[in-house]
Design a protein around this ligand. Structure first.
Ligand code: PEP
Ligand code: MN
Length: 363
């Protein structure tokens, strides 16, 4: 993918309200954050889950954003979801655009937007799709790149989750990491506001994003969050934005000191040894699983035994507590181990059955 670098600072900060509500609200917010933000954001067409909620001020918001661009010198960005939105923004000279999570999920929408953007090298940010499907996120970036958009960046805004979790959208930090593995040249901006869903935890999520070496932050900021017409719970005041940005701990990606590098290497060698032991233990475990498969086959019992599986989970959770480990993590690891144990057993049973059938036929 051919990418033009347009983000030259870390953390790159996009801030502004969830929605443009009035000219006064935008101007007041923009003037209070102009020293710290790189880009001013505000949604003018709002994708709302249910009708009859505030769906944005529409086209007239463009002129308010233009006023901010002129008065504050900030770059302005808004969400586009249709070719008409694109056309209106391009004609007005909006600096940057973003594609929302509900649009990234649909390749038809993304393709239509990409075609409307053909021939213009405007920066475009692509939010992750609502559900954790990496290929949709990559696909949207590729579709835009194919029509000539080279100033591309991704926005990590978390993923819908059925679980009653601490976050509005599950961050699934492995997803931006996977995106980075696939497209190392694309900057990734974290949107702690939509991940957190709560102004109290924006700071913590922002810090994690920086610790993972993401390139920037998109933070919903409103001069009066309590009165916001959308996402009121997660928006912060300009003062809070300054405090968060000042308190962020920014880490280097590499150590310059020779001795510290040796120390780090020593830690890593210990991890390598332990990881090798884990693989060796898993291999021993697999050998027993194979014996069990033959045993179950001979004695005609099913592979999956619900009570045994519950027992494993119960015991391992207890082990997790004894070893002061995260119970959820241990449960997830054993779900994976169990999944492959079942696969190994089904494979063995299939093969033995196939052999039996063949022997019968040859007799
Ligand atoms: C937004 O940024 O206001 C927005 C609607 O975000 P998302 O597409 O991530 O839900
Ligand atoms: Mn929002």
């Amino acid at each position: 993918m051919e990418i033009d670098k347009f983000i030259h600072k870390k953390p790159y900060l996009i801030a502004g309200p969830c929605s443009a509500e009035s000219e006064e609200q935008l101007l007041e917010t923009a003037h209070s954050i102009k020293e710290i933000a790189d880009v001013f954001r505000a949604g003018i067409w709002k994708p709302r889950t249910k009708p009859n909620s505030f769906e944005g001020v529409g086209e007239k918001g463009i002129q308010w954003l233009k006023k901010i661009q002129k008065e504050t010198g900030l770059k302005i960005a808004t969400e586009i979801a249709t070719p008409q939105h694109v056309e209106l923004c391009l004609n007005a000279g909006i600096d940057m655009l973003w594609i929302g999570a509900r649009t990234t999920v649909n390749p038809f929408y993304v393709q239509e937007i990409a075609e409307a953007l053909k021939g213009v090298n405007i920066p475009v940010f692509v939010k992750n799709p609502i559900h954790p499907e990496l290929s949709l996120w990559l696909g949207a970036l590729e579709r835009l790149n194919k029509v000539g958009i080279k100033k591309l960046a991704a926005i990590h805004r978390g993923f819908f989750s059925y679980e009653d979790a601490a976050f509005r959208n599950d961050p699934k930090w492995e997803m931006p990491i996977k995106l980075r593995e696939q497209l190392p040249e694309i900057p990734i901006i974290c949107d702690p506001s939509h991940i957190a869903g709560d102004s109290q935890i924006i700071e913590e999520v922002s810090q994690t994003a920086m610790d993972l070496n993401l390139n920037g932050l998109m933070i919903e900021t409103h001069y009066n969050p309590k009165e916001a017409l959308s996402d009121a719970k997660q928006q912060i005041t300009p003062n809070k934005l300054y405090q968060i940005m000042n308190d962020l701990v920014l880490r280097k990606t590499k150590l310059d000191d020779y001795f510290l590098n040796i120390k780090l290497k020593e830690f890593r060698e210990k991890i390598d040894i332990l990881d090798r032991q884990i693989v060796s233990i898993l291999s021993d475990r697999k050998k027993i699983v194979e014996q069990i498969a033959h045993f179950k086959q001979q004695n005609k019992i099913t592979i999956f035994q619900l009570e045994r599986w519950f027992e494993i989970l119960r015991y391992r959770k207890k082990d997790a507590i004894d070893f002061i480990m995260d119970e959820k993590m241990i449960a997830e690891i054993f779900e994976l181990i169990h999944k492959y144990s079942i696969l190994t057993q089904t494979k063995i049973m299939r093969n033995t059955n196939a052999k039996k059938v063949e022997n019968k036929r040859n007799r």
